[in-house]
Design a protein around this ligand. Structure first.
Ligand code: NAD
Length: 394
């Protein structure tokens, strides 16, 4: 079939297998040229098909030859419908991993469910015996509770007051004022249910109970803080409260892991164009400015480079830890000079100058690339088979 980008609201509902492969291959190439070493050899990555989870899988496999099990929630293509970008990314990743003789297997299904947790534990027991690192990198709009069956939906809303600020439509480049009403108590709770720490805790409890965590095993969950401009919609909003819950649960998990001499970490990462972040109002405009300012200062990093730096710091035992015990790999984004420049440009930005004073074009290109579109050396006019196999899928 001919595969073109198609949209529903903010979401691109098609993906191009060859373009997604290109995206993955470029990350692999970078890591092969910029090796990193690590003590973690058998890794479980929950949320491994796009964004930070995918980069974590690529960096650990090709950076130091780790064996990985990835848990993803993606859809395979058919003769008439494309699969998800995460499906194609995983197919491309596994193809290269197997070619280079690395162990890589993938479980596709709802990571929030007991069924997928049990399936993952069985696979660890059978193939790896134990894992020494668990990376938790889920971003999801909904979660079905494994015991009550209750379905919760996460919302991106401020708390207490309505939020008014500038935003941009990254398809038309129109800068406009947006107003988002405050979340209800129930919406706040539902967002915590989805994006808070309960599921991460359940994973670690079940892995411990099944005795599949190596002595000294660690776990890392990814979080975000960001600047004051986005506080009302991010850090002080519904998603921020959920992130606080995730961060607080690391303390509990840390205590539980003490019995095997392990540790739980939160890594606060940089803002990036991903499927999740492009859906947050105000954030695309902020990322467009961030990209411009960081590139001008020679500080820019994509997901692969962030994760590369995270594990380099781990290996050297020189993690940048803040007063709340979190690893701060977002230090370059949060630098005072970077944020001061963004604040200034934020006041000035309008529809007329958005292309000049921000990297909105880059944001849009990067967004399309997430779905495999916009690569010069992929022929989008050529008939392409949307049905692609993931070799080691369970
Ligand atoms: P993403 O949307 O690119 O990736 C999310 C992953 O979760 C995908 O692999 C998806 O398949 C998987 N997933 C979602 N629901 C699932 C389910 N029920 N079962 C199994 N897998 C499921 O997101 P991302 O931006 O890489 O975010 C990952 C983490 O990093 C999140 O915790 C996010 O808050 C954090 N983070 C993101 C940014 C950013 O700017 N994107 C910055 C800092 C931290």
């Amino acid at each position: 079939m001919l595969i073109k980008p198609k949209f529903r609201d903010f979401i691109c509902v098609t993906a191009h297998p060859e373009g997604c492969k290109k995206n993955v291959d470029m990350q692999i190439e970078y890591i092969k040229e910029n090796k990193v070493s690590s003590k973690f050899k058998r890794i479980l990555i929950i949320g491994a098909s796009t964004g930070y989870g995918l980069s974590s899988r690529i960096v650990s496999t090709f950076g130091w030859g780790a064996s990985t099990i990835g848990v993803i929630f993606d859809r395979q293509g058919t003769d008439s419908k494309t699969g998800t970008a995460g499906w194609y990314n995983t197919a491309a990743f596994e193809k290269s991993a197997i070619k280079d003789k690395h162990y890589a297997k993938t479980i596709n299904g709802d990571a929030f469910s007991n069924k997928i947790k049990e399936k993952t534990i069985e696979l660890i027991k059978k193939d790896l015996k134990k894992v020494d690192l668990v990376i938790y990198s889920i971003a999801s709009p909904r979660r079905k509770h494994p015991i009550t069956g209750e379905v919760s939906y996460s919302v991106l809303k401020p708390i207490g007051e309505p939020f008014k600020n500038k935003s941009v439509d990254f398809h038309t480049f129109e800068v406009f004022d947006t107003e988002i009403g405050p979340a209800t108590k129930d919406e706040i709770q539902q967002t915590i249910n989805v994006m808070g720490g309960e599921d991460w805790s359940i994973w670690i409890d079940q892995l411990l109970k099944a005795d599949v965590l190596e002595q000294g095993a660690c776990t890392i969950a990814y979080s975000y803080i960001g600047p004051e401009i986005t506080y009302p919609i991010y850090r002080s909003g519904t998603i921020g409260v959920a992130k606080e819950d995730l961060e607080n649960s690391s303390l509990d998990i840390n205590l539980k892991l003490k019995q095997i001499g392990g540790n739980a970490y939160i890594s606060v990462n940089k803002a990036l164009v991903t499927q999740s972040s492009s859906a947050i109002p105000v954030v695309p405009l902020y990322i467009s400015l961030l990209d411009k300012v960081m590139k001008e200062k020679g500080l820019d990093e994509d997901a692969t480079k962030q994760i590369h730096r995270l594990f380099s710091q781990f290996d050297e035992g020189k993690m940048n830890i803040d007063s709340s015990g979190r690893i701060r790999i977002d230090d370059r984004e949060m630098r005072e000079d970077v944020q001061k420049e963004i604040k200034k440009l934020w006041q000035e930005v309008t529809t007329d100058n958005v292309e000049k004073i921000t990297n909105i074009n880059v944001f849009r290109e990067d967004f399309f690339k997430l779905f495999g579109f916009g690569y010069d050396d992929v022929d989008y006019e050529k008939e392409t088979c949307a049905k692609v196999e993931i070799f080691n899928l369970l």
